[in-house]
Design a binder for this molecule. Structure first.
Ligand code: COA
Length: 164
């Protein structure tokens, strides 16, 4: 499978918003996506499959930096392309970007019933920090706040001991 990761552009927003809907992510306004494309405070990347005839965007991720925290705000892969490693590729990309920005840890919220995402995050060293009861309404559920220490991820990926 050939894929390309690139920064999203305004022209991609219709496809991204459609993907947002199809993957059951909580709603985000077009305005929020526009801001994520335009502002340097956000990373909005898409994974594109150049060999697809149309709807080439197979997934996307949105993240931002708050002081030394990288926060993942959105991550989704088109249902027909799930379980082929694309979610992992997007996540790794976001984590690398966070490290380049000098972030020390990554934080995210996930529905406590979302086993696919929780497995993915655990695979990348995320641990549960705490639970927010009845945080989501569509679908209802608790939120888990998860954290990953970025220097540790880096050390494991490169086999080097982090400099403290
Ligand atoms: C979560 C999501 C992004 C994963 O994308 P993906 O491309 O399927 O992920 P990958 O193929 O890279 O899978 C990596 C790991 O995630 C875990 N995983 C992914 N889908 C899973 C599933 N359905 N059940 C259990 N574990 C799953 C596995 O540990 C998997 O590793 P493995 O294949 O070696 O077992 C995708 O399921 C999705 O878009 N879900 C809907 C939107 C969403 O919930 N986003 C997260 C919001 S916090």
């Amino acid at each position: 499978m050939r894929y390309q990761i690139r920064a999203a552009q305004i022209d991609d927003l219709a496809e991204i918003i459609q993907l947002n809907r199809r993957t059951g992510l909580s709603e985000w306004s077009e305005e929020s996506y526009r801001e994520a494309v335009a502002s340097k405070q956000f990373l909005l990347i898409v994974i594109e499959l150049p060999e697809e005839e149309k709807n080439r965007i197979a997934g996307f991720a949105v993240a931002t930096v708050i002081f030394t925290d990288l926060e993942i705000l959105r991550l989704a892969v088109k249902p027909s392309w799930q379980r082929r490693g694309l979610g992992s590729v997007l996540l790794q990309h976001v984590l690398e970007w966070g490290k380049e920005q000098g972030c020390k840890r990554c934080l995210l919220e996930v529905n406590a019933d979302n086993q696919a995402a929780i497995h993915l995050y655990k695979k990348y060293d995320f641990v549960e920090l705490y639970r927010r009861k009845n945080y989501y309404s569509h679908p209802p559920g608790d939120a888990l706040v998860m954290e990953s220490r970025l220097h540790r991820v880096h050390a494991e990926r490169t086999g080097r001991v982090p400099i403290r």
